[in-house]
Every structure is written in C-alpha cells, then in structure tokens.
Design a protein around this ligand. Structure first.
Ligand SMILES: O=P(O)(O)OC[C@H]1O[C@H](OP(=O)(O)OP(=O)(O)O)[C@H](O)[C@@H]1O
Ligand SMILES: O=c1cc[nH]c(=O)[nH]1
Ligand SMILES: [Mg+2]
Length: 209
C-alpha cells in the first residue's frame, strides 16, 4: 500500500503538540521542521546501499556502506512546504531543491500554480515533495503532474496530516507515488479544512494568522 502512516512515538508526540489551539508560531515552526526530519528518515528507509572500501583510522582497508545511485531533489510546495525544508535537508544535505508555488483558491478549492523552478536533471533524481497538509489533494496532484511532465519518475510525498479524500485523489491519479504521513485524519469540513487537522499550516508557520 503506497500510504505509510508513521506510528513512531516521537512522531505521534510531536504531532499531538501541534494540534494545541494556542500553539505559538515558534513552536509550530520548530515542530514542523522536526517532523520533516523524522518523515525523511522513514521515507528513505529503503534507499539502496553499496559497499565502499576506505582506509580506516588504523590504516587498514575496510568495507563500509554508502548510498547508491539516485540523487534527491526536495520539492517544497510554497508556502507551507518551506516549513519542513530545513528538517529534510539536515538529513540529506546534498539534495538539490526544486521549488513550486501553488495556493488553493478559497472558493473553488482548486490549486492555482504561480511559481516553478525545478532542478535541470530532475529526470535523474528521486523527488521528495513536502507540504504539511494533504487536504483535497488538488495541490499535490498538480505538483506531481508538473514533476512528471519534466521526466521525474520516482516521487515520494511527505506530509504531516493527510485527509482520506486527498490520499484517494493522489493515489488514483498517481498510483506509483508513495505517501508518508504523520497522521491520516478523519475528513474535510465544508471549507476543505482537515478535521481534526492543524488549521491553516502556512499561516501558522509564517505567523500570518
Ligand atoms: O490538498 P489541497 O486541498 O489542495 O490543500 C492543501 C494545500 O493547501 C495549503 O496551502 P495554501 O493554499 O493554504 O497555501 P500556503 O501554503 O501559501 O498557505 C497546504 O499547505 C497545501 O499546499
Ligand atoms: O486543513 C488544511 C487544509 C488546507 N490547508 C491547510 O493549511 N490546512
Ligand atoms: Mg495556507
């Protein structure tokens, strides 16, 4: 099943802290990054290794393991995805960053693209798409469409909270994509917000509430 809900106690604890109504911008921002980090750890757990011979401290040649093959591009979806970026790059510091900007129209809930700056060799890289919220799924499907149009073939999605509606929409349009989430919540309300959810993640990360 391409949906991975991460049950690790640290993930569940940190997400619980984020659900407090009166959380500060500072705490919400810190926790978003920390969860970005932990989700990256999980989403890369099947990355392939290859043996590498090095000279150790004693002068002996020893075999160690190193990551094999594909490189990574991290794809934050503006704005809220930026909140997870440092946490991801802490674990994969050599990753290139491909930024996309989409906002969700408040009336229609349709995604409106407004920015795209992808790395040139995206067809050679595994993309880790980051956004705290997967609600209707419109934004994520549009982002994956953009990446695939540029030849990107291996795409993983990292979100803090997913709604069932969004998961279904992404996996229907892109069944090859794996989704890593800290929580699969109950449903969307009449305004397209996830319940129980986190509220507007972008506003909470940037303090624009
Ligand atoms: O699954 P969907 O129904 O498409 O909704 C999810 C999108 O909505 C939010 O962004 P928003 O439009 O609030 O933009 P922002 O990040 O600039 O706040 C969120 O960060 C996702 O990108
Ligand atoms: O619950 C939601 C839905 C969309 N965007 C958010 O920031 N939160
Ligand atoms: Mg927002």
């Amino acid at each position: 099943m391409p949906l991975h809900v991460i049950k690790h106690p640290l993930v569940q604890h940190k997400l619980g802290l984020m659900r407090e109504a009166d959380i500060s911008t500072k705490s919400f921002r810190e926790l978003t990054n920390e969860l970005g980090n932990l989700l990256t750890y999980e989403a890369t757990s099947d990355f392939e290794l290859e043996p590498n011979t090095i000279t150790s401290w004693s002068g002996d040649a020893i075999e160690v393991q190193k990551l094999k093959g594909k490189k990574v591009t991290v794809v934050p979806i503006l704005r809220a995805g930026i909140g997870m970026l440092d946490g991801v790059l802490d674990l994969i510091p050599s990753a290139k960053v491909s930024v996309v900007g989409l906002y969700r129209d408040e009336e229609t809930l349709e995604p409106v693209p407004y920015f795209q700056k992808l790395v040139k060799d995206i067809d050679q890289r595994i993309a880790l798409v980051i956004d705290p919220m997967l609600a209707t799924g419109g934004t994520m499907v549009a982002t994956i469409d953009m990446l695939k149009q540029k030849g990107c073939e291996q795409i993983r999605v990292l979100v803090l909270v997913a709604a069932p509606e969004g998961v279904d929409k992404v996996l229907e349009a892109h069944p090859d994509v794996h989704i890593y989430a800290a929580a699969l919540d109950s449903h969307l309300n009449e305004h397209g917000y996830i319940v129980p959810g986190l509220g507007d993640a972008g506003d909470k990360i940037f303090g624009t509430r």
